[in-house]
Design a protein around this ligand. Structure first.
Ligand SMILES: [Zn+2]
Ligand SMILES: [Zn+2]
Ligand SMILES: [Zn+2]
Length: 141
């Protein structure tokens, strides 16, 4: 469990501790890969209904705790943000890695070069998505 980590995180962001918030963050820490609304619903106990889950995901995104993860299949997924993200100010230009075997998406916090764009183009964000086999799946072979 990541109880202490979660308590600190909520405190840092000035978010009141509730059962759903704690349970949801614990889930993201435990899994270590991006989760869709349906995943969260499946993994969390039945006491939390889908509306509460939806609202919590949305508010976590607004508060800089979770960010949206690009997905080629168009399924909306979320993952934990790095510490540099704050309320309404995400800085998530890290690499996302999609594993073709387990179909999980991981955040890889490595530094990436910012591409130089042609004159006249101003990018507000970049999405980096790599595909291949993750280390968990490689180890299973
Ligand atoms: Zn973020
Ligand atoms: Zn994998
Ligand atoms: Zn990410």
């Amino acid at each position: 469990m990541h109880t202490e980590q979660i308590r600190k995180l909520l405190e840092q962001k000035g978010i009141r501790k509730t059962r759903i918030r704690e349970a949801m963050l614990a889930l993201f820490f435990d899994k270590g890969y991006a989760l869709s609304h349906a995943d969260v619903e499946n993994f969390l106990p039945d006491e939390f209904d889908r509306v509460t889950i939806y609202r919590t995901l949305k508010s976590f995104e607004e508060q800089g705790l979770l960010h949206k993860v690009p997905d080629e299949k168009g399924i909306m997924r979320f993952a934990l943000c790095p510490e540099s993200c704050t309320h309404h100010q995400h800085s998530d230009s890290h690499l996302h890695f999609f594993c073709k075997q387990c179909e999980h998406t991981y955040c890889l916090h490595i530094s990436l070069p910012e591409p130089a764009l042609p004159a006249g183009f101003h990018a507000e964000s970049f999405e980096w998505l790599a595909q291949g086999i993750c280390k968990n799946c490689l180890n299973e072979v």
